[in-house]
Design a protein around this ligand. Sequence first.
Ligand SMILES: NC(=O)C1=CN([C@@H]2O[C@H](COP(=O)(O)OP(=O)(O)OC[C@H]3O[C@@H](n4cnc5c(N)ncnc54)[C@H](O)[C@@H]3O)[C@@H](O)[C@H]2O)C=CC1
Ligand SMILES: O=C(O)CCC(=O)C(=O)O
Length: 428
Amino acid sequence: MSQSLFADAMTRLDQALQHVSISSEAIERLRYPKASLAVSIPVRLDSGELKVFQGYRVRYDDTRGPTKGGIRYHPNVSLDEVQSLAFWMTFKCAAVGLPFGGAKGGIVVNPKALSRMELERLSRGYIDAIADFIGPDTDIPAPDVYTNATIMGWMMDQYSVISRKFSPAVVTGKPTALGGSLGRDTATAMGAYFVIRNLMNRHQKLPQVTTVAIQGFGNAGGVLAELLYDAGYKVVAVSDSKGGIYKPEGLDIPSVRRYQRDRKQIEAVYCEGSVCNLDDRQTISNSELLTLGVDVLVPAALERQITLANAHDIKAKFIFEVANGPISSAADLILQQNGICVVPDILVNSGGVTVSYFEWLQNRSGLYWSLEDINQRLQEKMDAETSQILDLAQELNLSLRTAAYVHSLKRLAKSIEAKGTQQYFTQS
Ligand SMILES: NC(=O)C1=CN([C@@H]2O[C@H](COP(=O)(O)OP(=O)(O)OC[C@H]3O[C@@H](n4cnc5c(N)ncnc54)[C@H](O)[C@@H]3O)[C@@H](O)[C@H]2O)C=CC1
Ligand SMILES: O=C(O)CCC(=O)C(=O)O
């Protein structure tokens, strides 16, 4: 049986601990989630049948501030996965210096099989079940895989109904009409774009001669494909859960996005046959996409896509982890031995939570910022934290992942130690 996702996540903590001096009490604190909630959510389906869904919310660590993290709707959601994602959120928020701890939530469901009304009842039912666990000062959800602004709007409204006051700061990633921030929908991709541009500039790789393959074509991967295309990169392959397309000369990403929006899956591009010429485009499986000989590989879908099973076959020179946890710790070692530069999730995909922080600030102050202002602040943050992590990696001769964890650990440990451990003593 394979190792649990959380046990694998702990390996990254152990590796980083070898390079930073932290009190054993702070380390012990970081090995356990603060609180985990498992709930059942009864939903009346359109057919009249009652179906019960299983949901989770894990608050991992709140030393640096209220916990923060998205909510995932997927058939494979489990407590192990949600706990791991909450652990990564803790390190991600610390990596970019946000005053938040980490959390995550999820519901075991195939949202594509539900009607809009069923989805709304499920989302409101989830908030009914976790309302005492979240709040603008305690734990603030946001979108993740197969959730979106509409769902965040329902969740915020349901919390406001329960708490009997309009509470926009309880959820981020909402529609702008309900206090959502401009730029949150593109923030994860935009943040990743700034990191890619920074690294490529340092390696003197011009966009026009840089080939890119992207696995996952949703909020993160789809928007990133368009940003890279607009900047002149050659995006040669993209995929969604059903498979992908490949064109060695570079795909016309705006057309792919248009087709995907209209037809709901990338497959439509090759089924319809009018985007690229039939002779020079190919379909490609998700596993084939990962092993293409490209300069830049971007896993932007789910965890554990690169493992011992395929790590030896990866040919990309750089991997930017837009998904959370796409590479297992065992695969990391192989990629490192093969000279592949892996830029870790807790840095690369931190643009989303950074703009969520901006949204939370705007909700609390009642002052709303322009899109230019938001993107400018995001760029400053991404560039500054990327540079610090690159410098640390060079100074201590570490992989970028370990450097990012060391960078986060220093901030986390400072806060944990400043808070003290008095609360853990019992009176005799
Ligand atoms: N949305 C956000 O703000 C953030 C998302 N992320 C991470 O980015 C990743 C993608 O999330 P989103 O783009 O938001 O989700 P999304 O729901 O918008 O899109 C998910 C995409 O992945 C594809 N996909 C699903 N299963 C797949 C599989 N087995 N193989 C290949 N593709 C598959 C889907 O077809 C879709 O194109 C996740 O790991 C998420 O945790 C990280 C930070 C923030
Ligand atoms: O925007 C947020 O609060 C969290 C986004 C998220 O779930 C993630 O970064 O993985």
